[in-house]
Design a protein around this ligand. Structure first.
Ligand SMILES: [Fe+2]
Ligand SMILES: [Fe+2]
Length: 358
């Protein structure tokens, strides 16, 4: 008998009283909440959304005039899914995306936190990120890792603003009640000491060799600091004659050289080439994705919504929504990252080809 069936008045009154008494004990009957606990498919609150670079950039420059990185801790414009509040830090799924920017001469002071982080450089050249004693000068399209609990700071030593897309597993860390943060307090508190040469992590771990006398700090985190745009883009083009993935074209995952897995334990990142005239098949999966247009233009159909994108735009595809991509006119390169390692780790990853055929 369902809860909505007509009941004799006395039984209804007894049930209502029973439910009220349970409520006062912080107990809820499952039979009143079956729709949340047992559903045929995920009910996804996050919605598809696109943030356009032409809208973000002027706000970034205004923000540069209004607040310093020191006042802000990190001057980041959080991209919050329209379905959620800022405190959730949810851009989509279990991942966060935000636009961080530094004006010429600015420094973002050193700190560390338990959420894992990564950057994809949107614009500018000449800023550095320092992680655990190594500095890397960042260029447009570079992919930089900042794994959990590593000291990191950024500085802009160039004469132009520098912007990048921050990616973190912040919503997951918050969900687990495991979010820790610490400011660096040695010296001037701004910059950690640099004691490794530039490129150290590549020479040590990123070229198919590793130091035989040294163990990595944490094998689930990639020890490579900077995956250079020119190298990664070259890889896509080297494989461009292949069929690639029917759903994503020539797509390659950034990997942790220690285990071949994702670059961070919770986030996998990808670079993909959509060739001229390419239009992928549709599919859906339980991982959620943040896309950033690194090069070119094109479109993505997400559910029933079509997003036409161009270089610098960022858009999201929530779990279990069917989607397909195409390049427009020329070729396009998309950077993306997903929470798939979390789903994989616990058996929640599911994927299905769509009904639509491009
Ligand atoms: Fe940070
Ligand atoms: Fe997909």
């Amino acid at each position: 008998m369902s809860a909505t069936t007509q009941l004799p008045n006395d039984l209804k009154a007894q049930r209502d009283a029973f439910h009220e008494e349970l409520k006062a004990m912080s107990i809820t009957p499952l039979w009143l909440n079956l729709a949340t606990a047992a559903q045929n498919e995920p009910k996804v609150d996050a919605v598809p959304h696109i943030w356009r670079w032409r809208d973000i950039k002027p706000m970034m420059l205004r923000g540069g005039d209004l607040i310093s990185p020191q006042e802000a801790e990190r001057r980041v414009l959080m991209l919050i899914n329209p379905s959620f509040e800022a405190k959730s830090a949810r851009t989509v799924g279990m991942i966060f995306g935000g636009i961080q920017f530094l004006m010429p001469g600015e420094i973002a002071d050193s700190h560390r936190h338990s959420p894992n982080a990564q950057r994809f450089i949107i614009e500018g050249e000449g800023s550095y990120t320092a992680v655990e004693g190594e500095r890397t000068i960042m260029k447009k399209g570079d992919f930089v890792t900042t794994p959990a609990w590593r000291w990191h700071d950024h500085g802009n030593e160039s004469d132009q603003p520098m912007a990048w897309l921050d990616g973190l597993d912040l919503p997951f860390a918050n969900l687990l009640d495991a979010n820790f943060f610490e400011d660096y307090v040695e010296g001037d508190g701004q910059m950690q000491p640099i004691y490794r040469q530039e490129g150290d992590s590549i020479h040590r771990w990123g070229r198919g060799m590793r130091p035989a006398w040294q163990e990595p700090i944490e094998p689930r985190q990639s020890p490579v600091l900077n995956y250079r745009w020119t190298d990664c883009r070259d890889n896509l083009h080297a494989l461009r004659e292949e069929e690639g993935s029917p759903f994503d074209g020539i797509i390659m995952a950034y990997v942790n050289p220690l285990n071949g897995g994702p670059t961070l334990p919770t986030i996998s990142a990808y670079l993909q080439l959509l060739r001229k005239g390419e239009h992928t098949r549709s599919h859906r999966h339980t991982s959620s994705t943040i896309y950033h247009v690194a090069e070119g233009g094109g479109g993505t159909l997400v559910g029933d919504t079509e997003y036409l994108w161009e270089e610098g735009d960022t858009f999201v595809i929530p779990s279990w929504v069917e989607h397909e991509h195409w390049s427009d006119g020329g070729e396009a390169v998309l950077f993306s990252y997903t929470d798939r390692p979390i789903l994989n780790a616990f058996g929640f990853y599911r994927e299905a080809a769509g009904d639509r055929r491009a």
